[in-house]
Design a protein around this ligand. Structure first.
Ligand SMILES: C[S@@+](CC[C@H](N)C(=O)[O-])C[C@H]1O[C@@H](n2cnc3c(N)ncnc32)[C@H](O)[C@@H]1O
Length: 241
């Protein structure tokens, strides 16, 4: 039974990874276009809430092209990026590689890890904080994701999540046709199947309360739940047990 469930989890991850491999080259560009740049405001708000401090060792789980990692580094954190898609990681425009005092080799030498978020390849309590951006919808088990994040973060360290959420009814009324028609059409210029899937996944997101419950069931203590971008995006900050 357990082996079967592992097979399902692995098949899910492989399918999601293959999809992100296909869209990696245009992922950042389309985020800007499809969100009208609003994802940048949401990410800025998230960085304020997760309260990273200079010198902290931070894990960015499902880091993709590094949109959160870059912001964390700008705040002085030392970031390890982890993603199942090597192609997404290859497209990250790491701040490391832009700084004259840090070579390209340093980032290749271990700052980015290709691995499954369901089984983080780290010992317990090694990170000061961990974060996950817009990926809860993509993993096979959000509870396992948060349990793993809580495991690798030191007791009392912050575990942050930024994700789409169920918006207020008026916003939802405007958002649904946009997700059904515009996102698959514009995203379809890159990959219609991928952007149809991503748009559809936003229509069936959890509420912020459900997400908080899952984080708590995974052993975290949720301290902050905030909303931005008209209630479309929720930010959760919890502490590790
Ligand atoms: C929508 S992107 C978000 C990327 C980035 N966090 C951001 O904020 O832009 C989702 C990312 O999660 C990664 N991902 C999905 N399932 C994963 C898993 N089981 N383990 C590791 N990464 C995974 C995908 O490869 C993809 O890069």
């Amino acid at each position: 039974m357990a082996a079967r469930s592992d097979d399902t989890t692995n098949a899910h991850r492989r399918a999601v990874t293959a999809m992100f491999d296909r869209i990696a080259a245009r992922y950042d560009f389309l985020n800007d276009i499809l969100s009208f740049g609003l994802h940048r405001i949401a990410r800025r708000f998230f960085m304020k809430e997760i309260k990273l401090r200079p010198g902290q060792l931070v894990l960015d789980v499902c880091s993709g092209t590094g949109a959160l990692s870059r912001r964390a580094r700008a705040r002085g954190a030392v970031v390890v990026e982890l993603d199942a898609s090597e192609v997404m990681l290859r497209h990250r425009k790491s701040m490391l590689t832009r700084r004259p005092d840090v070579t390209e080799d340093a980032s290749a030498a271990g700052w980015a890890v290709v691995a499954d978020a369901m089984a983080l390849p780290f010992a317990d309590s090694v990170f000061d904080a961990a974060m996950v951006g817009f990926a809860v919808r993509d993993v096979a088990s959000p509870q396992q994701l948060f349990a793993e994040m809580g495991r690798v973060v030191k007791s009392g360290g912050n575990v942050g999540c930024i994700e789409f959420t169920q918006p207020p009814r008026t916003v939802s009324w405007l958002l649904r046709p946009y997700l059904r028609r515009v996102v698959p059409t514009v995203g379809g210029l890159v990959d219609r199947a991928a952007y149809s899937f991503l748009a559809e996944s936003v229509t069936r997101v959890m509420s912020a309360e459900e997400l908080a419950d899952i984080m708590e069931t995974a052993g975290l203590k949720v301290n902050t739940v905030k909303f931005c971008v008209g209630g479309i995006v929720a930010i959760h900050v919890a502490t590790a047990p």
